[in-house]
Design a binder for this molecule. Structure first.
Ligand SMILES: NC(=O)C1=CN([C@@H]2O[C@H](COP(=O)(O)OP(=O)(O)OC[C@H]3O[C@@H](n4cnc5c(N)ncnc54)[C@H](O)[C@@H]3O)[C@@H](O)[C@H]2O)[C@@H](O)CC1
Ligand SMILES: [K+]
Length: 239
């Protein structure tokens, strides 16, 4: 099967990958090349913050889950706060239940004096939100979206504020593009490293962020890759 490609404005073709292939890319980057997940996450969070600035930089609500997607969103929250954005935070679980990279990122925010609300009521009740960051679920979605994430997604859509989704809109299967029950309806999506096949044909603008994965990673996996970024840190993509 021919590789599906997205295209940059300069007409560079970028291969689209399934969740499974993306997971392999991440694994090779970490295990074979020695790039730590937190390094990539820092780049993801910073670029995501830059996109929030482009949409509106007054006040942001970051909605985060417990995986790598949530970790990127929490890193973004830190960058936003450092740049004087009024940040509020909502998690899909109690902070004590966070694990791994998400717990690490959250602990930093706590020490900065930023604490999270939990659940959909905290999304609906948050005051003055000019943009929402959707970092609930990325390519790690498994099966139909369950509560409390499902209720959080409905509450995010219900706010009517512009939404920036990290990697894939939460609730969309990264490989197939299927809505698994309920999904965030973003005003833009910032996907990481390579576009996911499930993002093909979506109506919101799509951007590809450079999270620092060198081409040797793609070469090791026989993924045909030409630098799509030029000298920039992100690029717009068309499918
Ligand atoms: N190179 C990398 O590995 C990087 C990955 N990053 C992000 O990490 C993501 C992948 O991370 P993970 O594999 O941890 O997975 P995700 O973070 O995509 O998904 C796991 C989260 O989704 C929830 N979830 C999954 N299925 C659900 C369902 N059916 N109903 C309700 N909740 C559900 C889990 O409870 C958990 O909170 C990517 O999409 C990307 O955004 C970034 O943080 C940067 C670096
Ligand atoms: K997301």
């Amino acid at each position: 099967m021919a590789t599906e490609r997205f295209h940059t404005p300069a007409d560079v073709g970028v291969p689209a990958v399934s969740a499974e292939t993306m997971r392999r890319v991440d694994r090779v980057a970490v295990d074979e090349v020695g790039i730590e997940l937190r390094q990539m996450m820092e780049n993801a969070g910073r670029t995501l913050a830059a996109h929030v600035f482009e949409v509106d930089s007054d006040s942001a609500l970051v909605v985060a889950g417990n995986g790598g997607n949530g970790g990127g969103g929490l890193a973004c929250a830190r960058h936003l706060a450092n740049h004087d954005v009024d940040v509020s935070l909502v998690l899909d679980r109690e902070p004590e239940e966070l694990t791994g990279a998400a717990a690490h990122q959250y602990r930093i925010l706590e020490r900065m004096g930023i604490t999270a609300g939990v659940g959909s009521g905290a999304v609906s009740g948050a005051e003055s939100v000019s943009v929402v960051v959707d970092a609930l679920i990325g390519y790690g979605l498994t099966g139909r979206v369950r509560d409390p994430a499902a209720a959080l997604i409905r509450a995010v859509n219900g706010r009517g504020a512009p939404v920036v989704s990290l990697d894939v809109p939460s609730g969309i299967d990264a490989t197939t593009g299927d809505k698994l029950g309920v999904a965030v309806d973003p005003s833009r999506t910032v996907t990481l490293a390579l576009p996911k096949t499930g993002l093909r044909g979506r109506s919101e603008p799509l951007f590809l962020a450079d999270i620092g994965i060198p081409r040797t990673v793609y070469r090791r996996l026989d993924i045909e890759y030409v630098n799509p970024f030029g000298r920039a840190w992100w690029v717009k993509l068309a499918s």
